[in-house]
Every structure is written in structure tokens, then in C-alpha cells.
Design a protein around this ligand. Structure first.
Ligand code: UDP
Length: 323
């Protein structure tokens, strides 16, 4: 098939493109290279099976041209990373809401199946463990810029599901929980690449808050496998599906594990949220996915544990450092 991957030069997007090429597909990547990097897909472009278009998903003419020739659209283009979202709230909202509207409009015009990558942020400050797809979302106040991301993504979900309801336009919404692996940049605040870089340089590992907040980290390879399967799953159409790992770890435990696995002499340093992000920040204590629905639909079961993930990221960051 001809497959369009928006945001295909990003961290998750580039892993997805590699998998889809291995499955025999031809890929068009639409990416403005704002947070994505050409380096991520350079080798794939060289195979002749991937065509890169450097432009924004907010341009309706470009989007329409790309979608018209596609058999499937994976929509990953989006502002990412808590740091970037706090620093660039206008860009965050415009790219998420405007971009999805534009891509979806063209998909609906040509009836091309559409997969939206949404986020576990949509559950907001909900305290339920684990989070299931039909649980209530609990958003923080509009004065905390962090919530602009979740609210914009929730609107994207509504829009995608509305197309399904009104015209049976094939859509599926995937809520990604924390996804990590090689090539993720720590630049926009993601904790795992950040900790690994600090540890490898024997610099302080910066734990924000009290470090007792927890997350569940999934390996990007498990995640992109699930994305490819869900796209082809008829029963998932018009549905929201969580994808992630349900192995929970506190951020303090994560810091200790990274330090140990990287053989680092770094100190573990606690910073307040205020010191780390300034104003406009709010954190959530726990975030665990219920992955029963994904398991039922596509037999999803994450195959890589936290240590496998950390090993891969440390390995990758070491080669980057040597370069
Ligand atoms: N975090 C941290 N130190 C860092 C970066 C992040 O302690 O250098 C914390 C952050 O406050 C949050 C957790 O690690 O509690 C996960 O952060 P990330 O930005 O990776 O993802 P998200 O908050 O979206 O889960």
C-alpha cells in the first residue's frame, strides 16, 4: 500500500516507517522537521521506499495532495514534550487542532482510513488506576499551560470520532502512554533520554517534585507494532484504544536504575517543579494504562520490560556521545 505518515521523521514516526517498509509498503512522510529530524529517516529514504515532503500539516493543499494518493494515513504530526508545550503554547494548540482538522478533512474526502495518535495526557489528573478508555477525563485549569496539550488532543479525538459517527469514515484513536526508545530526544523534556544523558556524562540526574510520581514506559518497537495492527483491525474502527506498558515505576526508582545500568557516578538531585518548569506546570502522580482492549482487539502484549528499554536507550546514547 501507499501509506502517509505525518510526523514520520519524529521519534515514533520514524520507527513506524521502518516497520511499514519492512512489511512491504511504500511510505510518504509529511513532516516540517520542527521536532522531527532528517537523520531519523535518512537511511529509509535511501532505500527508495520512502518519500519525504518537508511541509506542515496545517497546509490544506499539500495535505490534500498527499492524502489523495494514500491507502492509509497515520497522523503522528504534533507538538510533543512537556517542555515544548509549556514554552510554545500557541504552536501547540494550532498544530494539534488545525493539523488534525486539515488531515482528517482530506481523509474524509477520499475515504482513506485514518489513525490518530492521541495521548494518555487526555486522562489528565484522573487518579484512577488503571486508566480505561471510557474513563472520565479530569483537566486542570486553563491557567496551567500544560493542559492545552491534553485539551487540544481531546478535541482531535472528538473530531475523529465525529467523522465516524456521521459518515462511517474509518478512523481509530490510539492513546499512547509514555513511549521510549532509541532516537528519542531529551530536548523537549522527556525523562528517560534526559536521565540517560545525564548519567552517561556523570552529571546530576534531575528528579522533579518528590520523585514518588510514577509512570509506565513502553518500548517504541512494541508501540509501532501495535499501531500497524490497529490500523488494519476492522473492529477497532470508531474506537479509542490505549497502547502502553503496564509495568509501573516511580521516577526516583527510574533515576536509580538508570544510574546503575549506566555505571554512573552522578548524584540524584531533587528539583521542585517550579525550579524545573517555572509557572504553568502541573504533574500527575500515577499513570497506568489498562491494555485489555488492545489485547482483545489485536492480541497486544508489550514484549519488552523496563530494563530492555533502558539498555537500548543507554546503548544508543553511548554511540551518540562517542560520535
Ligand atoms: N521528570 C523528572 N526529571 C526530568 C524530566 C522529567 O523528574 O528531567 C519527571 C516529570 O516531572 C514527570 C515524569 O518525569 O513526573 C515524566 O516526565 P515526561 O516529561 O517524560 O513525561 P510525562 O510527564 O508526559 O509523563
Amino acid at each position: 500500500m501507499n501509506i502517509l505518515v505525518t510526523g514520520g521523521a519524529g521519534f515514533i514516526g520514524s520507527h513506524l516507517c521502518r516497520l511499514l517498509i519492512e512489511q512491504g509498503h511504500k511510505i510518504t512522510v509529511l513532516d516540517d522537521l520542527s521536532t522531527g529530524r532528517y537523520d531519523n529517516i535518512k537511511e529509509l529514504e535511501a532505500t527508495g521506499k520512502l518519500k519525504l515532503i518537508v511541509d506542515t500539516v496545517n497546509d490544506s493543499e499539500i495535505c490534500d495532495r498527499c492524502v489523495r494518493e494514500a491507502d492509509r494515513v497515520f497522523h503522528l504530526a504534533s507538538a510533543v514534550g512537556v517542555r515544548l508545550i509549556i514554552d510554545q503554547p500557541v504552536h501547540t494548540i494550532e498544530s494539534i487542532v488545525g493539523g488534525t482538522e486539515t488531515v482528517l478533512k482530506s481523509c474524509a474526502r477520499y475515504r482513506v482510513p485514518f489513525l490518530l495518535t492521541s495521548t494518555s495526557e487526555v486522562y489528565g489528573k484522573g487518579s484512577k488506576v488503571p486508566f480505561c478508555e471510557d474513563d472520565d477525563t479530569v483537566m486542570g485549569p486553563t491557567s496551567k499551560r500544560r493542559w492545552s496539550y491534553a485539551t487540544a488532543k481531546a478535541l482531535d479525538e472528538f473530531l475523529a470520532l465525529a467523522h465516524w459517527t456521521e459518515t462511517r469514515q474509518p478512523v481509530v484513536v490510539v492513546r499512547l502512554f509514555n513511549t521510549v526508545g532509541p532516537r528519542q530526544t531529551g530536548q523537549y523534556g522527556m525523562v528517560v533520554p534526559g536521565f540517560v544523558r545525564q548519567a552517561l556524562r556523570n552529571k546530576p540526574i534531575t528528579v522533579y517534585g518528590d520523585g514518588q510520581q510514577s509512570r509506565c514506559f513502553a518500548h517504541v518497537k512494541d508501540v509501532v507494532g501495535a499501531l500497524a495492527s490497529i490500523m488494519e483491525c476492522e473492529a477497532a474502527r470508531g474506537q479509542v484504544v490505549n497502547i502502553g506498558n503496564d509495568e509501573e515505576v516511580t521516577i526516583m526508582q527510574l533515576a536509580q536504575r538508570v544510574k546503575e545500568m549506566a555505571n554512573s557516578t552522578s548524584e540524584i538531585k531533587i528539583l521542585s517543579y517550579e525550579e524545573a518548569y517555572g509557572e504553568g506546570f502541573d504533574d500527575m502522580r500515577r499513570r497506568v494504562p489498562c491494555i485489555d482492549k488492545a489485547n482483545k482487539l489485536i492480541g497486544y502484549k508489550p514484549s519488552r520490560k523496563l530494563d530492555d528499554i533502558l539498555r537500548d536507550v543507554i546503548e544508543y546514547e553511548k554511540t551518540q556521545l562517542e560520535r
